[in-house]
Design a protein around this ligand. Sequence first.
Ligand SMILES: CC(=O)SCCNC(=O)CCNC(=O)[C@H](O)C(C)(C)COP(=O)(O)OP(=O)(O)OC[C@H]1O[C@@H](n2cnc3c(N)ncnc32)[C@H](O)[C@@H]1OP(=O)(O)O
Length: 399
Amino acid sequence: MTDHAVRVLDTSEHRAAIDIMREALHFPPQSDDEWTHAIPTYTDGRVFGVHVADELVGTAASWPTRLAVPGGAELPTAAVIRVAVRADHTRRGLLGALMRRQLADVRERGEVLAALNASEPLIYGRFGYGPATTSRVVRVRARRGAVRAEAPAGRVSIVPASDVEARLRAVYERIGLFRSGMLTRPDAWWTVVRTRRALVWKGARAAVHHGPDGEDGFVLWRPVPSENLGQGAVLQIEDMQAATPAAVAGLWSFLLGIDLVAEVRADRPVDEPLEWLLTDPRLATTENVEDGLWVRLVDVPAALAARSWGEAEPVVVEVADRTLPDNAGRYRIGPDGVRRTDAPADLELDVAELAATYLGEVAPSVLAGVGRIRVRDAAALARADRLFAAGRPYCGTFF
Ligand SMILES: CC(=O)SCCNC(=O)CCNC(=O)[C@H](O)C(C)(C)COP(=O)(O)OP(=O)(O)OC[C@H]1O[C@@H](n2cnc3c(N)ncnc32)[C@H](O)[C@@H]1OP(=O)(O)O
């Protein structure tokens, strides 16, 4: 491995770090205007840099959030952002050095989980992250009456442009983390959205859904270029939160009924019953189903203790963890809770596979079927499926 040093960057070095990230993603360096907006999105003390011969060549940062897990607990979580190594220093172990240092830091802060959106799915598994939520990219052809009349939709009203951030924040706070996989949104997250609205998403509009008990959903969308301009605009949903079935129906009905709109595109939960909601289910086309939030159990005992478990006889799971070895060991998981044990293992898995099952995204038997969980007691597998089962997770907060 190259001679290198990883350390916390001070604030005067943050701009250089963000430019390394932008270069790695093939974006130009930031303008002064962009940098002014970006400053508050870096949390002091949480931005790492890796130096080779005193030159900054890589970076990884995070900000603090909370992630909802099955049963409703919200766990302190590091949202990992802006991971990059300069192209002339890749594949020499520098990301590994950054990841190890960052995970140690997350652990010291008492954060139970780390989470990220991966640019490529091959990067993070080796550091114990697993794909823990899924989303689908969907296109829906717009037409008035696209949503079935009997759907219990409420009223939708457009938010004045000057009020968008305050209203959306208020609704997000109000509805809370209503499904597992959701994250709290700190100031830094809203700053990023404000910046995008000002600099990139020009023309973005927002609307809220009014349910019987108040505002229970919102959508932020913008028109995007399309080849079919003559047939109407294409609307890209940038943020949609819908805490009730009526909010789902109301917001879709509103968007699909706007005049001069040909199509609405969105990233939505795979279990959103869109096709059942539409008068013609073929109006919706799923373009892709892809990994969403990658999660890392940084403190395995605390993470396992915090989620609820289904009804089944306990299983003993042996967890391997190369990066944070004190997580390794056997855990007895049952409906009454989780404790370390010396009993023989029923199932053996890596902490990355544990992360993939943790929020209920995938059943242990699925991972066992493809050889990613080793089964020592076949009878335990069905029990593990029942224990790990939970409503489908979805994040909905891109960062
Ligand atoms: C949360 C986010 O910010 S996601 C954005 C991530 N950043 C990017 O995609 C920007 C462009 N890419 C980069 O900056 C770099 O290639 C990085 C950060 C992804 C990887 O940095 P590197 O310093 O090259 O990684 P490093 O050398 O430590 O690799 C560690 C291991 O991961 C593997 N690896 C790293 N990146 C990749 C990749 N993109 N695809 C496949 N394998 C990879 C390496 O081969 C190595 O494997 P090994 O341990 O078996 O030898």
